[in-house]
Design a protein around this ligand. Structure first.
Ligand SMILES: *[C@@H]1O[C@H](CO)[C@@H](O)[C@H](O)[C@H]1NC(C)=O
Ligand SMILES: *[C@@H]1O[C@H](CO)[C@@H](O)[C@H](O)[C@H]1NC(C)=O
Ligand SMILES: *[C@@H]1O[C@H](CO)[C@@H](O)[C@H](O)[C@H]1NC(C)=O
Length: 475
């Protein structure tokens, strides 16, 4: 009886020892850090044995895994992240991820997956980040993404995707980032992106779109950045009228756009960054330029600019930008300006704005898209800006005089006496001294008397008055 009890305790101790040893064991050829296991030595064709059951992070990157079997990870039910990228996985069983309900991050990029089963990911509903890029998934349908209600980032770059069935993302109501770039997509429908009302960033670059109608995007009310560069887009149009308030960044570079539809930009009141480089633009309609009210960064290089005076409104707008990248804009017509920088040519149209407003209606088709009303609009803006600048300059001068009168009344009196003497001395000669030179003299003598003025007016630092009323000095 006693012996039996003793042996029972012994067995229990042995089992406990084995288990606790198993917890601490690290598979051969792997590196373990607490509950994180890294098996990246390149020798694994299967999931290594002896991985601690409390494992929370498992990396099997850069190995030679080929198939993910049913319940492959079920013994690792504490897994939070799982990296399987850079293997040769070509088949994923529909039950492969059953038993790892806690998984938040799954990276399966750079494999050979060509086909996904419906509901493959519905066993891991807590997933936040799913990376399937650099595989061979040619078609995507709603069943593939069933259950991913918490997914925030979905990477499908470079898969040879030709088709996305409508309503595919309907379950992905938490998605904020979607990368469909570097695929072979030719078209999207109005219901393709149904359900993605949290999406902030959408990558559609390097596909095969030939036209984009913004009509397909109204569901994406929270989108902030849309990447459409390096497709074959010839036309971007607006479809039904609606306003896309959140969009801040639009990349259309590397396409074949010849003309811009002003309606598109009128629907993007908060657009800040616009890339139109490497297209076939000859000109930009004045209405489009006028709609770029929030744009602070623009790319216009690599187009076929027509450098007749009709380009003046665009150049005038560019001059108002803080860091205009217009330097690399090159003229391609008329012939006499071919190959020259647009800024150089426009510099020769010495009074660009006047040239335009007095321009007779041109028979050239490229300038017919510039109606008269917006010119008046532009000129009106100029008048307002000029008036404000003049007003601010005058107020600045008055302020300086007032401040110096308040703080240095003696100096002022001396100055007045000095100037009176000076005038008497000069009485015989020229009586008419203009206000400008008097002001100059005042500043100079003031400068020699007081050191406090050094910082404000210093001859060695040329200062300019900006429209905002501040003084900018070169250092
Ligand atoms: C797993 O652990 C057992 C017992 O310690 C050992 O014999 C076996 O080689 C280990 N297997 C691997 C793949 O590490
Ligand atoms: C997968 O789900 C889609 C609906 O998204 C359905 O049309 C299709 O028949 C399903 N495929 C299989 C093999 O069950
Ligand atoms: C601009 O003017 C300069 C001299 O005034 C001239 O040498 C140059 O060829 C002109 N450029 C164009 C594009 O007309």
């Amino acid at each position: 009886m006693l012996g039996w009890r003793f042996s029972c305790v012994l067995v229990q101790a042995a089992v406990w020892l084995l288990l606790s040893k198993g917890e601490r064991m690290c598979p051969t050829s792997c590196r373990c850090e607490g509950k994180l296991v890294y098996c990246e030595s390149g020798i694994f064709q299967d999931i290594p044995q002896n991985i601690t059951t409390g494992c929370q992070g498992l990396s099997l990157r850069y190995n030679n895994l080929q198939v993910l079997m049913p319940y492959q990870f079920a013994h690792l039910n504490q897994l939070v992240w799982l990296y399987l990228d850079h293997n040769s996985i070509n088949a994923v069983d529909v039950l492969a991820f059953h038993g790892v309900r806690r998984l938040k991050e799954l990276i399966v990029s750079s494999n050979k997956i060509a086909h996904l089963h419906n509901n493959t990911f519905s066993a891991i509903p807590n997933l936040r980040n799913l990376d399937l890029s650099y595989n061979k998934i040619q078609s995507l349908q709603p069943g593939h993404l069933f259950g991913l209600r918490k997914l925030q980032n979905l990477h499908l770059r470079s898969n040879g995707l030709k088709q996305i069935v409508v309503r595919t993302f309907l379950e992905c109501r938490s998605l904020e980032f979607l990368d469909l770039g570097y695929n072979q997509l030719r078209s999207l429908s109005r219901t393709t992106f149904l359900g993605l009302f949290r999406l902030k960033e959408l990558h559609l670059e390097h596909n095969q779109f030939s036209r984009i109608n913004f009509y397909i995007f109204p569901r994406l009310t929270n989108l902030q950045a849309l990447y459409l560069q390096w497709n074959r887009i010839r036309a971007v149009s607006q479809g039904v009228p609606w306003t896309w308030f959140k969009l801040q960044k639009l990349d259309l570079s590397g396409n074949e756009i010849q003309t811009l539809d002003p309606l598109v930009f009128q629907s993007l009141p908060n657009l800040q960054t616009l890339n139109l480089e490497s297209n076939k633009l000859r000109s930009v309609p004045v209405e489009a330029v006028a709609a770029w009210t929030s744009v602070t960064t623009i790319g216009l290089a690599g187009n076929a600019w027509d450098c007749r005076p009709s380009i003046c409104p665009l150049m005038a707008w560019l001059r108002t930008l803080r860091d205009a990248k217009d330097i690399s804009m090159i003229c391609s017509s008329p012939k006499s300006t071919q190959g020259e920088r647009v800024v150089d040519v426009v510099g020769n149209y010495s009074n660009c704005v006047n040239v335009i407003s007095s321009l007779p209606p041109s028979p050239d088709p490229s300038t017919t898209s510039f109606p008269e009303i917006p010119f008046e609009h532009m000129a009106f803006h100029k008048i307002i800006a000029g008036t404000v600048a003049l007003f601010l300059s005058v107020s600045l001068i008055l302020l300086v005089i007032y401040v110096s009168w308040r703080h240095y009344p003696n100096t002022m009196r001396q100055l007045q006496q000095h100037s009176v003497k000076h005038k008497r001395r000069k009485k015989g000669r020229k009586q008419e001294q203009d206000l400008n030179s008097q002001l100059q003299e005042y500043y100079l003598s003031y400068h020699s008397n007081s050191e406090t003025m050094d910082s404000l007016v210093n001859e060695s630092r040329p200062c300019t008055c900006t429209i905002s009323g501040s003084i900018e000095c070169e250092v």
